[in-house]
Design a protein. Structure first.
Length: 272
């Protein structure tokens, strides 16, 4: 069962740019990292509906990351929330490293990046997943029509290893779009992907869509709805669908930037 708890960030500072890229609560990642010395946080509340019932209380989620140079970003975190039995749990911790090979440009030249992510079998309560997930993903981003359209494509592999049990390896993929709608500050976003890469034995496909509002260079808000097949204990489809509703918030702060100057709103330069 997907609980919607992925991370509770161990870092609670960040900055935000008005350049448009896929971020949590989106799953499809972008070929971009924040500028050198910046710290980023993305938080969201999420409620899930399964078998006609919504969660008793929305889950609170957050992730945090920082760059250590012009091409490497590190993310670390864990999550907590209230399950359908009213008990508080802690999700499996996660560690991720993302390497930006080349940044995308407004002229349409694509950006490329690689990431490695691992969850750890050390959560607590019903949110703990008895196993771990490891993934290696290549990603590309296209900034088109003066950023009126952004396209993100992910392709890689994931390995789900159950505790004292089966190990499954399968492709990981995702495609997302971000389109200007009504005004430069309002965006329509949508994605189709091969299941949450941080959830053990996730369904083989899922989708999300919604609206993104760019309030300022430092604040972004998302309202996102999603759906995926519901699975039984044997990982077979039940014929039902699990739906989610999320309200997200993203912030960015210049913390360790060079000479305390503002970071580049388009992110780091990359390796090449």
């Amino acid at each position: 069962m997907r609980h919607g708890i992925r991370f509770l960030c161990l870092i609670c500072l960040a900055t935000f740019s008005n350049a448009v890229y896929a971020v949590r609560p989106f799953v499809t990642d972008d070929a971009r990292i924040v500028d050198y010395g910046q710290i980023e946080t993305e938080g969201w509340i999420e409620t899930t509906r399964l078998k006609g019932n919504w969660d008793p209380a929305p889950a609170l989620n957050a992730i945090g990351s920082t760059t250590v140079n012009d091409w490497l970003q590190i993310l670390v975190g864990a999550g907590t929330g209230l399950d359908r039995e009213g008990q508080t749990g802690i999700s499996n911790p996660v560690l991720s490293a993302k390497v930006l090979l080349k940044a995308a440009t407004e002229q349409g030249d694509p950006g490329y990046a690689l990431s490695y992510t691992s969850t750890f079998d050390s959560g607590h309560g019903s949110f703990q997943e008895r196993g771990k997930v490891q993934s290696l993903v290549g990603m590309s981003t296209y900034r088109l029509w003066e950023d009126k359209l952004n396209i993100h494509i992910n392709l890689g592999t994931r390995t789900d290893k159950e505790r004292m049990g089966v190990t499954r390896t399968r492709p990981l993929w995702g495609a997302g779009v971000d389109i200007e709608a009504f005004s430069p500050k309002t965006r329509f976003v949508a994605e189709l992907f091969s299941g949450d890469p941080l959830s053990l034995n996730a369904p083989r496909y899922a989708t999300q869509f919604g609206v993104r509002y760019l309030y300022s260079d430092y604040l972004q808000m998302d309202v996102i709805a999603g759906a995926q097949p519901a699975l039984d204990d044997r990982l077979n489809r039940t014929g039902r669908y699990e739906t989610t509703l999320q309200l997200g918030l993203r912030l960015l702060f210049d913390v360790f930037t060079h000479h305390e100057k503002p970071g580049n709103p388009n992110g780091a330069r990359g390796m090449f």
